[in-house]
Design a protein around this ligand. Structure first.
Ligand code: ADP
Ligand code: ZN
Length: 646
């Protein structure tokens, strides 16, 4: 019996209804207490006096209840017999419950006695005591919910999906509105075609994908892309955020999912966009033994069921956005669900310029404004930041009473936006940028000489995600399942290449290398304790297999003597130190190349393809490289260039 309060006209009435109920029933309740006390109050007599009156033969009738005796006197026993005959006065007394002789005494004295007939008013009391509390509760509930929630959020519509529906074309967004993410756009172009010409694909028996996951930092334009797809294909666009599914009441989220899909299927072909999928789809394993989140799990299960339940060709395409794909439940990524993943990266310099152009379309720019120069000065900005920047600049110009926005407005706006972003620590200053550039080139140059690690495909100093200020992308040439010893050494050296470059150029290290060092040390330790690669310690597993439920807990070592522990530590340190030495030696030998490449990277922010390959082909190997790769030992007489802490 859902009471529809979605409708604006109905909401106020329902509020009055709730409030009115409340007042009405409170009154009735009071009345019920008050009624019996109307009329003449009976006189209260001590029990002993009552017995005396009975024994004196004065009592005519008595009504006996466990708690009270009401009685009347014979007219002749009262002060005014004539009046008493008309309306006998009622007396009450409180019986002594242990007096078992009472009936006998009454009978002996010919008193008419019995239990009173059921009270006429009693049924009202009973009824009220059953009905009123729930009604009062309901009244208060309806009243409160109506007061705080607008239409659509009201009392009994909690299960309705809050997905907002934009009808055809009204997203108003087309692909040209989204700039700087050309790769993602190219991949998503296909989806538009699926939606527009579904027949073409289904005729051939091809299955149209159901789910596409958009992965990227906040503000990179994932929502915008999803809207653009709907806009291009001219289909309705439903959107809902993962966090909106998670409600106070268990089961509501699941019913919302069901509702969303029902609506979507009615409007197919259409796009359903789920923002913040990670809020909903966090791996169920993460709750672990220590209690998961029932509501989230139920909602997630419902989503999985719905995704499996609709045919691939109904024309409903699900797009979901997240910036933490790694936390998603693996079940979400299975074939037939979100099996396609499109990365929406932070834009590089050209991308930023393109985005600035999009947002400057409706802004009057002065001739001195150079969007390319602004793009250079805004590394790390995402689309949302750039949109914000253009708006700030326009506001500044208006405040200063200018006819158009000049470059100085942009300069000031950049400072403002950066100040805001620095709080979120996403933007690098010049020195940090330089350090990151050398660091990444260091990885790339060392990596270029190492066996089996694959080619270095791309280096970038565009910050990506939380923590990663730059990155080096190394693609394996083939799928690898085993790693040879020299490859592990090479991997460790590559990991240390970043830090080594910082040491060599700046004479000091930054905190940016901590993740590399962690990985390098882990790998070295595993090669000794798990893979049995140490000559001295031999093929003994010193580490127990990880226990399943203690994820994140360090693998416990097998019980070993302190001497062996010491030996393990020594071996690990030797491996890491050797790799560190080699990395330094390589970079030292290629110092000019390191400097030039880092400068170029600073200018271009991203290096890939031929430009990068040409540089990396020039890397020359130091003499000791081969013997180190083979044996892990450095030639005699070569001392470590620097100590490393393990
Ligand atoms: P996300 O969903 O990735 O967090 P949004 O799509 O909500 O980011 O982006 C917020 C706003 O930032 C958009 O409405 C748009 O104005 C601007 N924006 C973001 N990325 C771009 C882009 N690539 N091109 C143009 N504008 C963008
Ligand atoms: Zn690094």
């Amino acid at each position: 019996m859902p009471i529809e309060t979605n409708n604006k006209l109905k909401a106020p009435r329902s509020r009055q209804f709730g409030g009115g109920l409340l007042i009405l029933f409170t009154l009735l309740l009071l009345l019920n207490f008050v009624i019996p006390s109307f009329g003449p109050r009976p006189a209260s007599i001590p029990y002993s006096d009552f017995i005396a009156q009975v024994q004196a033969g004065k009592v005519a009738q008595a009504l006996i209840t466990p708690n009270q005796i009401q009685y009347t006197l014979k007219p002749e026993a009262t002060a005014d017999p004539a009046q008493a005959a008309q309306a006998p006065r009622i007396y009450t007394t409180t019986p002594v419950s242990v007096d078992l002789d009472l009936p006998k005494i009454l009978r002996e004295n010919n008193v008419e006695f019995g239990a009173p007939p059921p009270n006429n008013n009693a049924w009202i009391g009973t009824l009220l005591s059953w009905v009123v509390p729930p009604l009062i509760f309901f009244g208060i509930w309806a009243f409160l919910l109506n007061r705080q929630g607008g239409p659509g959020q009201a009392a009994l519509t909690v299960g309705k999906s809050k997905a907002r529906i934009y009808s055809e074309g009204s997203t108003g967004v087309k692909f040209p509105d989204v700039a700087g993410v050309d790769e993602a756009k190219a991949e998503l172009q296909e989806i538009v075609d699926f939606l527009k010409n579904a027949d073409k694909y289904t005729k051939l028996g091809a299955k149209i994908p159901k789910g596409v996951l958009l992965v990227g930092a906040p503000g990179t334009g994932k929502t915008l892309l999803a809207k653009a797809i709907a806009g291009e294909a001219g289909v309705p666009f439903f959107s809902i955020s993962g966090s909106e599914f998670i409600e106070l009441f268990v089961g509501v989220g699941a019913s919302r999912v069901r509702d969303l899909f029902t609506q979507a299927k009615q409007q197919a072909p259409c796009i359903v966009f789920i923002d913040e999928l990670d809020a909903l789809g966090k791996s169920r394993a993460q709750g672990g033994m220590f209690g998961g989140n029932d509501e989230r799990e139920q909602t997630l299960n419902q989503l999985l069921t719905e995704m499996d339940g609709f045919e691939a060709n109904t024309g409903v395409i699900l797009l979901a956005a997240t910036n933490r794909p790694e936390v998603l439940d693996p079940a979400l990524r299975r074939p037939g669900r979100f099996d396609r993943q499109v990365v929406v990266d932070r834009p590089d310099k050209l991308g930023r310029e393109a985005i600035l152009k999009v947002h400057a379309r409706n802004v009057k720019l002065a001739d001195d404004v150079d969007l390319g120069a602004i793009a250079v000065r805004t590394p790390g900005f995402v689309g949302a930041d750039l949109a914000n920047l253009v708006n700030e600049a326009a506001l500044l110009a208006a405040r200063n009473g200018r006819q158009s926005v000049i470059m100085a407005d942009f300069t000031e706006a950049i400072e403002r936006v950066i100040a805001g972003l620095e709080k979120k620590s996403r933007v690098l200053n010049e020195m940090e940028k330089k350090i990151v550039a050398y660091h990444e080139v260091g990885h790339a140059i060392v990596g270029a000489l190492m066996p089996g690690a694959g080619k270095v495909e791309k280096i970038s100093i565009v910050p990506r995600g939380v923590g990663a200020l730059g990155y080096t992308l190394q693609l394996p040439e083939e799928d690898r399942f085993l790693m040879a010893e020299d490859e592990i050494r090479g991997r460790i050296a590559t990991l240390l290449g970043g830090r080594s470059a910082e040491e060599l150029i700046f004479g000091k290290v930054s905190t940016g290398a901590s993740d590399d060092i962690q990985k390098a040390t882990d790998l070295a330790e595993r090669s000794v304790t798990l893979y049995g690669m140490s000559d001295y310690l031999g093929p003994i597993a010193f580490e127990k297999q990880q226990m399943q439920f203690l994820d994140g807990y360090q693998s416990p070592r097998r019980a070993v003597s302190p001497k062996v522990t010491e030996e393990i530590d020594r071996e690990v340190k030797e491996i890491v130190d050797g790799a560190h030495h080699i990395a330094l030696a390589i970079l030292d030998k290629n110092r000019n190349l390191l400097e030039e490449t880092a400068q170029e990277l600073l200018n271009r922010e991203v290096m890939e393809g031929d430009a990068l390959r040409d540089r990396l082909n020039q890397v020359v190997a130091p003499e000791e490289l081969n013997s180190w790769l083979l044996s892990g030992k450095l030639p005699d007489g070569v001392r470590l260039m620097q100590e490393t802490l393990v």
